[in-house]
Design a protein around this ligand. Structure first.
Ligand code: UDP
Length: 361
């Protein structure tokens, strides 16, 4: 079986790393499986792309489509044009896409139109919020996918409600968590750890990059100023996403607690998360990692496609206003602890399950 694996953005790289390892393991056991790795170039900054390939030992992509930034349509269109050529020149039996970025949807469409089977890893998750580009990418991708690999029973149920045949849905667990378990012994403090006088649990991690939080400069500044006041004696480490940085531009913010740093590599970032007091974020993936690590996570969104992080894990949905964040954060400080638990099959073996299943197709 010849598989083309597609990855375009930071969370994709983290998800494909263990899948590739699982394929390589099967190859050493003599299985007839090979892969070709295609990087669409959706994320191209060194610290959003190359660093992850190096740290997670992901092989150099066989092809880089170099689409770079653009509007939603420009980027999706550019990926489709380039990936069509890529597939024509390098035929395969299956295209494997992960997550919910533009590359996921664009490459699934191109593959299906060439009558190539599509496997979607992290299928079926739904926020119910169609204003999010990711939700559109999920719905479109899942409408043409052949093999659905899900992270939860809820995601599998969503697919069944969507009319997908049960035999094509495989609840396998979470590949992002495979990466976390595979690298947890390798995590390491960033260079600024001593300089900022960080100690276990004396700081908060903040990440923001969703349009609903960062596209309006005034409300972004209001949010940052509010978080700066709210966190009192705790420093807030803010690895700033290029998208958020571009919105803030040259704005000179006077903040006493928030410390801006570059987007972190995986090993430094996981170290920071694991040792933090709490995390404030609008990322989906981070709420999964904090669930595994037992770190309180406050999600600055009105909905999540990962309900198990709320029901079982350490995540709290707070909406997008500073007032709501303050309320939930104060409640947490008063109680002093957070409920925690590990969702079913988030055990580090999802990628192996996926490859086992694909080999039987
Ligand atoms: N991440 C990282 N460094 C950072 C911020 C995030 O390594 O400075 C990792 C994080 O641990 C998670 C992934 O990137 O695994 C999530 O990426 P992002 O928030 O961009 O995507 P989302 O989860 O929102 O789709």
């Amino acid at each position: 079986m010849k598989i083309t694996i597609v990855a375009g953005a930071r969370p994709n790289f983290i998800k494909i790393a263990p899948i590739i390892k699982a394929i390589e393991k099967k190859q050493t056991e003599g299985a007839a499986i090979s892969f070709r790795l295609v990087h669409t170039g959706q994320h191209y900054d060194k610290n959003l792309s190359d660093t992850f390939f190096e740290e997670l030992n992901i092989p150099k992509p066989n092809s880089n489509l170099e689409v770079k930034s653009g509007s939603q349509a420009e980027q999706t269109g550019a990926i489709m044009v380039a990936f069509e050529k890529e597939l024509q020149q390098n035929p395969c039996d299956l295209v494997l896409v992960v997550g919910d970025v533009n590359s996921t949807m664009a490459c699934a469409i191109v593959a299906k139109k060439q009558n190539i089977k599509v496997a979607h890893v992290e299928a079926g998750i739904r926020s119910g919020d169609r204003t999010m580009p990711e939700e559109i990418n999920r719905i479109v991708t899942d409408s043409i996918t052949d093999y659905f690999f899900t992270t939860s029973e809820t995601a599998s149920d969503n697919l069944m409600k969507f009319g997908i045949e049960k035999s094509n849905i495989h609840f396998v667990g979470n590949v992002m968590i495979d990466t976390l378990y595979q690298n947890i012994e390798r995590i390491v403090a960033p260079d600024f750890w001593n300089q900022f006088e960080l100690e276990t649990q004396n700081y908060i991690i903040l990440t923001l990059h969703r349009p609903s939080n960062v596209d309006e400069e005034k409300s972004l500044i209001n949010l940052l100023q509010g978080i700066d006041k709210m966190t009192d004696d705790k420093k807030v480490i803010f690895p700033i996403h290029p998208r958020t940085k571009a919105i803030l531009g040259e704005t000179n913010l006077v903040l006493k607690n928030i410390l801006f740093v570059e987007p972190q590599g995986y090993l430094n970032f996981m170290y920071l998360i694991k040792n933090s007091f709490a995390v404030i974020t609008d990322s989906g993936g981070i709420s999964e990692e904090t669930t595994i690590l037992g770190i309180p996570c406050f999600t600055m969104r009105n909905n999540t496609e990962r309900p198990e992080t709320l029901n079982i894990g350490t995540n709290t949905l707070v909406g997008t206003s500073i007032e709501k964040l303050e309320k939930k954060f104060t409640e947490f400080l008063n109680i002093g602890k957070i409920k925690a638990g590990i969702p079913a099959l988030w055990d580090g073996k999802a990628s192996e399950r996926i490859i086992e299943i694909l080999l039987k197709k």
